[in-house]
Design a protein around this ligand. Structure first.
Ligand code: BG6
Ligand code: MG
Length: 224
């Protein structure tokens, strides 16, 4: 009981919740994977779903560089650009069909609860397709700010995207809490001086302040 009171006090100055998009609001990891798989196959590279896990939270450019490292190949900058462009064409075709049914279980209820509690909300995603995805999910109305892969130069794990989002909302880092599913995202949010809810296995998000396997496991009564 006392513990609960202390926890409440710890989160007393919490004003804004910043959500990552892919893996928190919608489960696009498989779509990103499918979109990488095809152009890589054209290069004679077999890319597995397990290897794709390393790309969670990384920008498109950092992803293609990580793929080259993982598969021990060298891409010229021209080739990197070509692969990235094809990947994005496939990805955009897939997300054309996204709709409300593609939301992760439990996220909609959390957004409604937090909005009713008057928290300000934002998205901070490494994806340059974030605005399109949020529109397809019909969630625009929940977010004051949508920061995406175009917003800052240094992508996650740098803290820049989170700091940019907080500043744009008019809040200090310590007034913000981030919900993230990637190692890079948890690192960036902590470096920005924010509290973090991590979603996923401990080896991925274990550095977060609160760790849950799934979004629907988040104990909102305890945290907010
Ligand atoms: C992140 C995903 O949200 O966005 C990564 O977790 C992805 O897998 C990154 O590479 C960039 O996305 P996009 O849409 O700009 O290629
Ligand atoms: Mg993510």
């Amino acid at each position: 009981m006392i513990y609960q009171v202390v926890k409440k006090k710890m989160n007393n100055n919490l004003k804004a919740i910043i959500f990552d998009l892919d893996g928190v609001v919608t489960d696009t990891a498989e779509y990103h994977y499918k979109s990488w798989e095809l152009p890589l196959k054209e290069e004679g590279i077999d890319f597995t779903e397990k290897e794709n896990e390393k790309l969670r939270g990384l920008s498109r450019r950092d992803s293609v560089k990580t793929i080259a490292q993982t598969k021990d190949v060298v891409f010229t900058e021209k080739k990197e650009n070509e692969i990235m462009e094809k990947k994005n064409q496939y990805y955009q075709e897939i997300i054309e069909d996204l709709n409300k049914n593609d939301m992760i279980d439990g996220i909609y209820e959390i957004l409604v609860e937090l909005k009713n509690k008057n928290y300000k909300m934002a998205v901070a995603s490494a994806s340059r397709n974030a605005k399109q995805v949020i529109k397809s999910l019909d969630l625009d109305n929940f977010f004051e700010v949508i920061a995406d892969g175009n917003s800052v130069n240094k992508s996650k794990p740098a803290p820049d995207l989170f700091l940019f989002t907080a500043k744009k909302m008019g809040f200090k880092p310590e007034e913000c809490l981030v919900v993230e599913d990637s190692k890079a995202g948890v690192k960036g949010a902590k470096e920005a001086g924010m509290k973090v809810i991590g979603i996923g296995p401990k080896e991925r998000i274990g550095e977060a302040d609160y760790c849950y396997k799934k979004v629907s496991d988040i104990d909102t009564k305890k945290i907010f």
